[in-house]
Design a protein around this ligand. Structure first.
Ligand SMILES: Cc1cc2nc3c(=O)[nH]c(=O)nc-3n(C[C@H](O)[C@H](O)[C@H](O)COP(=O)(O)O)c2cc1C
Length: 399
């Protein structure tokens, strides 16, 4: 392939000490199949196939830094060494396939104690308690329940804040033992960090509430804590809800201000998502047009100079390439389309003529290259002579 014409999507990028083979990122995706926070064979296969499919970076799921920071009993976690060791099998395989394994560290705060996505995160109740899954109270900046049916969360005092910061620090250290090369702090989707940022869920009157500067304090302390615990030669991302979404109060100007502060704290990239906190203002849901969150990544990048990742209904190779070419983002993340086509990066590389065989496991690529070498051009409907013995041939009409 002519490198002068190489699409940006398939041009390697170096982030601190980590070189990524292309700019297609598997966005974090919760699976709700963990056992005691540790992964099962499902995660090995599910995340492994994205690495085989040619992605540059393969994120796992939102991974809770402490047990009570899980949404469900089946969420992934990284609060003990057993879990760290169990992820190693997955991260080793992802690396073997040429991709970079990444982890998203999170704490769900007041959203604790629910069922999974298939039940729209319905709160656990008495029936679940009788079945051995009692609800528990989450932590939050203010004693406001996440939604109807959720218990009033514990309003965090300064000891609680220190405890959660320590849990983020310990999980970041374990993430290195688990073999991850990129880490992301989950500051979006209405979970604990976002609960501090948004006035919808933060009604505090101390140094962590009130002004925007105060509401950003917890997020920035998490960023500083994880940055200090995470190796200097490895990149650290931060996912934001660039706007609260329906009924919210946190907006893009706030996100730009946060991104400036994150950059000052050595965060490498802002991953621009949206939504998750629903309040009662007139803010609308972001319309689900293709690339619906790209404008957020674009403005954060333009106004702060920090790298960004765009995500949200990016499904076509040319679309992904133009997000990068037009300077809206440095990386493109995808989730749902990859669930249909785990090998989307290979197909995109083929379509953009970017050397798709180079992204495959060598044993597979070898056989496909041989197939290409042996192929004989043949128009459908024309005839072909095929040997049926040492001295005889027959004519077939090729379909
Ligand atoms: C099955 C599934 C699980 C998800 N879990 C997470 C998660 O753990 N953390 C997160 O930040 N976003 C999560 N998301 C959101 C995705 O990362 C992504 O931002 C969103 O799906 C939009 O991208 P898409 O249009 O390419 O799917 C999840 C999405 C899906 C479909």
């Amino acid at each position: 392939m002519n490198s002068a014409a190489a699409p940006l999507l398939f041009t390697p990028i170096t982030l601190r000490g980590v070189t990524v083979r292309n700019r297609v990122v598997v966005s974090p995706m919760c699976q709700y199949v963990s056992v005691d926070g540790g992964p099962t064979d499902w995660q090995f296969v599910h995340f492994g196939r994205y690495a085989m499919g040619g992605a540059g970076i393969v994120f796992g799921e939102e991974t809770a830094v402490e047990a009570r920071g899980r949404k469900t009993y089946h969420c992934a976690g990284l609060w003990n060494d057993y879990q760290a060791r169990a992820y190693r099998r997955i991260t080793d395989f992802i690396k073997e396939m040429g991709a970079v394994p990444a982890i998203q560290l999170g704490h769900c705060g007041r959203n604790a104690g629910s069922h999974g996505a298939m039940e729209e995160w319905r709160a656990l109740d008495e029936r679940d308690a009788r079945a051995g899954m009692p609800p528990w109270r989450g932590l939050a900046p203010s004693p406001l329940p996440a939604r109807r049916g959720f218990p009033v969360p514990i309003e965090m005092d300064h000891d609680d804040i220190r405890h959660v910061l320590a849990a983020f620090r310990d999980a970041a250290r374990r993430a290195t033992d688990a073999g991850y090369d990129i880490s992301e702090i989950h500051g979006a989707h209405g979970y604990l960090i976002h609960q501090f940022l948004s006035p919808v869920s933060n009604r505090r009157t101390d140094a962590y509430g009130g002004s925007r500067e105060n509401r950003m304090r917890f997020a920035l302390e998490v960023a500083e804590t994880v940055r200090a615990a995470w190796p200097q030669d490895r990149p650290l991302f931060f996912r934001v809800s660039a706007v609260d979404g329906k009924g919210g109060l946190w907006g893009l100007d706030d996100t730009v201000a946060l991104a400036h502060e994150l950059r000052a704290r050595d965060i490498d990239l802002v991953d621009c998502s949206s939504g998750g906190i629903s309040g009662e203002s007139d803010m609308a849901l972001v319309p689900r047009v293709p690339g619906y969150q790209v404008p957020y990544a674009s403005r954060v990048r333009r106004e702060t100079g920090i790298m960004t990742m765009a995500v949200g209904l990016i499904t076509e190779p040319a679309q992904a390439e133009s997000v990068l070419q037009e300077g809206h983002a440095d990386l493109v993340a995808m989730a749902r389309e990859l669930m249909i086509h785990a090998d989307w990066p290979l197909r995109a590389a083929k379509e953009l003529q970017a050397g798709h065989y180079d992204l495959m496991a060598p044993s597979i690529a070898h056989r496909l290259r041989r197939r290409d070498e042996q192929a004989v051009a043949h128009a459908p409907g024309s005839t072909v002579e095929i040997p049926i013995s040492a001295d005889r041939r027959e004519t077939y009409r090729w379909q």
